[in-house]
Design a protein around this ligand. Structure first.
Ligand SMILES: CC(=O)CC(=O)SCCNC(=O)CCNC(=O)[C@H](O)C(C)(C)COP(=O)(O)OP(=O)(O)OC[C@H]1O[C@@H](n2cnc3c(N)ncnc32)[C@H](O)[C@@H]1OP(=O)(O)O
Ligand SMILES: NC(=O)C1=CN([C@@H]2O[C@H](COP(=O)(O)OP(=O)(O)OC[C@H]3O[C@@H](n4cnc5c(N)ncnc54)[C@H](OP(=O)(O)O)[C@@H]3O)[C@@H](O)[C@H]2O)C=CC1
Length: 297
């Protein structure tokens, strides 16, 4: 796709300062855009700023960014807990927890402060864009902008139009993705889009393979890393994504496709019920309090 200018997108808002939100803020600030990062939790904002600084340090060490560029990029990121701060943004990208009721409540709050012409994008991994858009005051300016984890490293952004998304909104978001150094893939608005429709059932099958004792955690991950050349094994990747997010995606697929082949593995449900959500809680299929991390089964 050819670069078509930034199409009026100057100031970028990001809602949710977790692993995806901090990555989106990172790449937008590094591309020279002022960023406002909002979360309900002030501690999450502090942690996000520290994570962005640490990840930019990696880029400085590798020569991808100078120390002065890093300082300037960090200075472009403003943080806060109130939605009011997003009033001047040209686009707001929602990257909060993968729960529909959380996202709908955020959209209600943010639409009341956003300027009329602002675009609202969701980084949802799976929830239908048309359904989310219909709950806002701007279905024509609502779109799916699905970054991959870790955002500063992964090249892809999936762009998903809802049924009412305007061509202008699509072009503006495709152009923004380009400006952030990403390559876009256009996905139709079906449950979990392209990447997660394929990837997360594979992860779910790995958990089922573990539950049935076909292999242990190390064997399953080694099999897929060494036998299929995946950079991470599926259980390691599940911990990296977050087991709550993996389960939420399987539930959207199961409900949205109405097909039992998408049923979540009971063992995945059990890990989430235990609060063992992966790296972000220090424990999932691996225990991250040890170096190297040790399998938990
Ligand atoms: C769930 C969804 O909705 C959609 C999704 O995102 S699905 C998940 C998609 N992501 C994946 O599948 C990731 C699979 N894993 C990988 O590709 C690799 O393991 C990895 C890129 C994460 C790390 O690679 P690695 O070779 O083990 O580590 P390492 O050599 O330390 O890092 C490679 C580069 O990534 C950078 N990096 C690694 N982790 C990073 C992080 N968390 N944040 C920022 N940068 C990071 C490093 O600085 C390094 O940069 P350079 O190439 O400039 O040197
Ligand atoms: N993890 C991944 O690999 C990927 C995830 N995604 C999607 O990105 C989104 C975020 O995922 P991820 O970053 O992993 O999740 P995290 O759990 O790391 O972060 C979510 C953040 O959102 C915050 N939050 C919750 N409710 C609100 C609210 N009402 N207003 C503002 N912030 C809120 C959470 O705060 P608190 O902790 O206090 O609840 C937390 O800081 C999800 O939709 C997910 O599906 C997309 C691509 C990849």
């Amino acid at each position: 796709m050819a670069e078509s200018g930034s199409r009026g997108i100057g100031r970028v808002g990001v809602i949710g300062a977790g692993q995806m939100g901090n990555g989106i803020a990172h790449v937008a600030a590094a591309a020279g855009l002022p960023v406002v990062l909002v979360d309900v939790n002030a501690a999450a904002l502090d942690k996000a700023r520290a994570t962005v600084a640490k990840n930019m340090d990696r880029q400085v060490a590798k020569g991808g960014l100078t120390a002065a560029e890093k300082d300037a990029a960090l200075a472009r990121i403003e943080t806060g807990t109130g939605m009011q701060r997003l009033a001047d943004c040209d686009i707001v990208i929602e990257a909060a927890t993968e729960r529909e009721e959380v996202k709908l409540s955020i959209f209600r709050d943010v639409c009341s402060v956003l300027k009329k012409e602002a675009i609202l994008a969701s980084n949802t991994s799976s929830i239908p864009i048309t359904r989310l858009a219909a709950a806002t005051d701007r279905p024509d300016r609502f779109i799916g902008m699905h970054f991959m984890n870790p955002v500063p490293v992964m090249k892809l952004v999936e762009v998903i139009r809802g049924i009412a998304t305007s061509e202008e909104t699509f072009e503006a978001v495709a152009s923004l993705a380009w400006k952030l150094g990403k390559i876009t893939a256009v996905a139709q608005d079906y449950p979990a889009f392209i990447v997660n429709r394929i990837l997360v059932p594979m992860i779910n099958e790995a958990v089922q393979t573990l539950q049935e004792g076909v292999g242990d955690i190390r064997s399953i991950d080694a099999a897929m890393k060494l036998g299929a050349n995946h950079p991470m094994g599926p259980l390691e990747l599940a911990d990296f994504i977050g087991l709550d997010t993996c389960l939420a995606i399987m539930r959207v697929l199961h409900e949205g496709m109405g097909d039992s082949k998408y049923r979540p593995s009971p063992l995945l449900v059990k890990y989430v019920e235990a609060g063992w959500l992966g790296r972000k809680t220090g424990r999932g299929f691996y225990d991250y309090s040890q170096e190297p991390p040790a399998p938990t089964r």
